[in-house]
Design a protein. Structure first.
Length: 85
């Protein structure tokens, strides 16, 4: 992404949860369920298993960020194309 898209992406991600959205209650329920599931799993794992899972989650998060950036970049490109048409 160029500097403009990086700035725009950062702004959107920083303020994504600031606005009340129609699907926000669903997001909060799912986020709470995810936290509860993680806590239960972490309690059942050995310290070494927990360490390995955390390494996996960190690697997975980096992939998710790249995918989010690509999707954002494609959406902006599509918006630009539609505005020119």
């Amino acid at each position: 992404m160029d500097a403009y898209l990086e700035c725009l992406y950062s702004h959107v991600m920083e303020h994504l949860l600031d606005n009340e959205r129609p699907d926000m209650p669903e997001y909060r329920r799912r986020s709470t369920a995810q936290s509860s599931a993680w806590y239960a799993l972490a309690q059942a794992l050995t310290p070494e298993q927990r360490r390995l899972l955390e390494l996996y989650q960190a690697a997975q998060a980096r992939v998710f960020v790249l995918e989010d950036q690509w999707l954002f970049q494609e959406a902006v490109s599509l918006g630009k194309w539609m505005a020119q048409a």
